[in-house]
Design a protein around this ligand. Structure first.
Ligand code: ADP
Length: 220
């Protein structure tokens, strides 16, 4: 199968989420077609995104005129106008775009997007809220939920695991987690091995079931 990871992406809706997404894709060298029906948003980004237009994405003729049917990937980044979000997403489904992402602002909104055939529904505000809750309430330096019950956490090593080779620490048996990478002060992250000995000041990346990594990150 051809690698289509660098195929152009159409981003519809250039509010805070959509514009950050479009700019990051452009920065990474992905060609972007960015659309918004508010000319002020379009003007604001015009110097930074090559293909950008003022357009109402709920209009099929407009989408066709702009060549949207040829895109392999599309993101609907309209949130506050739920009707426009659903209408736009349904047109993209009708156009048989292979990978459609859409942002949802509520569970119900997400459910509708899912039902009409959007392939990837994301909840940026909800997910970020959960993530910040983890950061605020513990010692975690960063947190990422990678699946329903699996997370990656950046944290400091508990004192009992400092100075012991990871291979002899029984970490997985005792806590159900794995240390995947370690960073010493002033150095880069390296993969953890059975011989790795953690030191005070190190930062570790831990993976495992969400509740287990949460508990691990709370150890003193
Ligand atoms: P955020 O919370 O990320 O700022 P918003 O929902 O406020 O997201 O922004 C959505 C953007 O989508 C706005 O810039 C708005 O002008 C744009 N938008 C809304 N309806 C349409 C539409 N029918 N066609 C194209 N863009 C639209």
């Amino acid at each position: 199968m051809a690698d289509r990871n660098n195929d152009p992406v159409v981003v519809i809706g250039l509010g805070r989420f959509g514009s950050a997404l479009a700019l990051e894709l452009a920065r990474r060298g992905t060609e972007v077609l960015a659309l918004d029906n508010d000319p002020r948003h379009v003007q604001r980004l015009a110097g930074e995104i090559t293909h950008i237009a003022t357009a109402d994405a709920t209009d099929m003729a407009t989408l066709r005129q702009l060549g949207v049917p040829d895109f392999y990937r599309a993101v609907v980044a309209i949130g506050s106008d739920i009707e426009a979000s659903i209408l736009t997403a349904s047109l993209l489904v009708e156009l048989e775009i292979d990978h459609i992402w859409a942002k949802a602002v509520s569970k119900q909104h997400g459910r509708i997007l899912d039902r009409i055939g959007v392939h990837h529904v994301v909840f940026p505000e909800h997910d970020m809220g959960e993530r910040v809750a983890h950061l605020v309430s513990g010692r975690m330096l960063d947190y990422m939920q990678v699946d329903e019950n699996f997370a990656l956490v950046k944290t400091l090593p508990p004192k009992d695991y400092v100075g012991v080779p990871l291979g002899r620490s029984n970490l997985r048996r005792k806590h159900g987690v794995t240390i995947v990478a370690v960073k010493s002060p002033g150095e880069e992250f390296t993969y953890a091995t059975a011989e790795t000995e953690l030191r005070y000041g190190d930062v570790v990346i831990v993976s495992g079931p969400t509740d287990r990594v949460e508990r691990f990150a709370e150890l003193p």
